[in-house]
Write a protein that binds this ligand. Structure first.
Ligand SMILES: [Fe+2]
Length: 336
């Protein structure tokens, strides 16, 4: 029976069903039923927002590279002041030391705690700016929750294998999200650039590779190696985040396959802002600093929306229901 189902999910007729019916059905279900609260809040946001400014974002590709933005550069300069060379060297030594005792070779550490209030204030000012909220809301179709505000420090680790997040994968924690990957150091081919592929043009999130890795360890499971990936995706559908500070990649990490972080020679610092919705599993607790962060405005309605953006974590939906949704998306994938 299982074998038969697998065969059916690889068939032409199923691919047509996914492309023309299933995908559209889930798009509507997700935006207008599951996220009805976010939809209403988005309409309120449109009425009360101060500016309409936003990044142009291709909803079909689910990704965009911003070549330069002064505010991203300012964040990078401030963060580099806090995360000085000695501090980073210390972290590198600690990771290498711990790797000697462990089979798993770690290559990354979150360093958000080390940022000064000035840097964190700047990050949150940008993360809650009209330009970014407009971009995210327009893409999602609903008002978002800021789930992740983290700075990652990646180092080159010689013995580390190409596995986990360094292979192609989608972050299967929900249906739609929008992430801002903002480099805080200049990135070249040797400092583990992030690679992002456009969302699959026909099947979007409902596309899985037949020859994906199967592993009982969850962070290794479902990953796709580079050769398998290039059989389906052409080079022109894949973007690489290299360049100087000021640049950023915007992508839906639930819908788009991506990989990265495998530094060969140089280290790298990256800020990630992830905007999600209440149905996403693993919504992160707000970072401690957010509790003291003050968004200056006198509008009662806007204050309410900012509170939702920064603190709401989807209490109306139980974890069981959220997991059920995610399993449903996985169950219906077309396999090739
Ligand atoms: Fe990921």
């Amino acid at each position: 029976m299982k074998k038969l189902l697998r065969k059916f999910k690889e068939s032409r007729i199923y691919s047509i069903f996914v492309k023309y019916l299933l995908r559209n059905f889930f798009n509507l279900l997700w935006e207008y039923i599951i996220n009805i609260l976010g939809k209403i809040l988005y309409l309120i946001w449109i009425l009360f927002r101060v500016s309409k400014e936003r990044y142009q974002f291709d909803k079909k590709k689910c990704l965009k590279i911003v070549e330069f933005d002064e505010s991203f550069k300012e964040i990078a300069l401030l963060a580099n002041n806090d995360l000085d060379k000695n501090y980073l060297k210390n972290i590198e030594s600690k990771i290498i030391q711990e790797n000697q005792k462990s089979e798993y070779k770690n290559f990354t550490q979150i360093v958000t705690d080390k940022l000064s209030n000035k840097s964190l204030n700047k990050i949150l000012d940008v993360a809650t700016s009209d330009k970014i909220i407009n971009t995210v809301s327009k893409y999602l179709g609903v008002f978002p929750i800021l789930s992740i505000v983290q700075v990652y420090y990646n180092i080159p680790v010689k013995e580390a294998e190409l596995e986990g997040s360094k292979l192609w994968h989608q972050d299967g924690f929900g249906y739609r999200s929008l992430d801002f990957f903002i480099p805080l150091s200049n990135i070249d081919d040797t400092s583990g650039p992030l690679y992002i592929a456009e969302s699959h043009p026909e099947y979007g999130i409902f596309f899985k590779f037949k020859n994906r890795i199967s592993d009982i360890i969850q962070w290794k499971n479902g990953r796709v190696n580079l050769d398998e990936f290039s059989k389906i995706y052409k080079d022109e559908q894949i973007y690489k985040l290299t360049g100087n500070i000021g640049k950023a990649a915007l992508c839906d990490s639930f819908q788009c396959y991506h990989r990265g972080g495998a530094c060969e020679k140089k280290d790298r610092l990256m800020l990630r802002l992830s905007y999600q919705t209440p149905d996403a599993i693993r919504l992160k607790k707000p970072i401690e600093f957010i509790k003291t962060y003050k968004k200056i405005n006198n509008n009662f309605i806007l204050n309410f929306l900012y509170k939702y953006l920064l603190f709401y974590r989807g209490f109306l939906l139980s974890d069981r229901v959220k997991n059920y949704f995610v399993h449903t998306y996985h169950f219906f994938t077309f396999v090739k």
